[in-house]
Design a protein. Structure first.
Length: 188
């Protein structure tokens, strides 16, 4: 059986975003979790044009069970799964996992399946009718991450993340973003 992720040993435990959750998050985390615009654009505003993407995984595979449920997919359906690291120079900023069903890839006229090292936010925030629906928050313990990622990105502590269901051309996709210490240290 192939792995579902190069980031995780197991699926993270997600908390549904609810009234009052925001007040339990550190201020620097709130700033990123509740960002309504493109994280790519925010990173560029903060760090300049040197923000880059390293693709860690990009292939068709079955998603985690909670991802299936959130996207309301049939059991065993393959989705385009992309995991990346956003960084500037030698500073890792954000790890991200994107799950895109076939119907969404088709509706986006394959723009989402040919990203390469282009940031996802650069593409989806250009869609005029991009919608955001369900959002969840997590605090991922070190044991959840694959050891290679902990070493490569130098994860020293539990990491906060968010996942959001976006709708492109009325078709869903799931974007999970994990905020590394460097980006939280310099939050604006």
């Amino acid at each position: 059986m192939t792995t579902k992720s190069v980031l995780f040993n197991q699926e993270p435990h997600w908390l549904e975003n609810h009234r009052g959750l925001r007040h339990h998050l550190p201020e620097s985390v709130q700033s990123w979790v509740y960002e309504t615009g493109s994280l790519t654009q925010r990173l560029r505003n903060q760090y300049g044009s040197g923000v880059a993407v390293k693709v860690l995984l990009s292939c068709w595979k079955t998603p985690y069970l909670s991802e299936h449920r959130l996207l309301k997919l049939p059991e065993h359906e393959y989705v385009l799964t992309r995991e990346v690291l956003l960084y500037v120079k030698d500073k890792p900023l954000i790890l991200a996992r994107t799950v895109i069903p076939t119907t969404t890839v088709k509706a986006a006229k394959s723009n989402l399946s040919k990203l390469g090292t282009r940031p996802l936010g650069e593409v989806i925030f250009s869609y005029p009718k991009l919608e955001r629906s369900a959002m969840g928050v997590t605090l991922i313990q070190l044991s959840t991450w694959k050891p290679r990622i902990v070493d490569e990105v130098a994860i020293p502590e539990p990491i906060w993340g968010r996942r959001t269901v976006y709708r492109v051309a009325n078709k869903p996709m799931l974007v999970s973003e994990f905020f590394l210490p460097e980006v939280l240290r310099e939050f604006k």
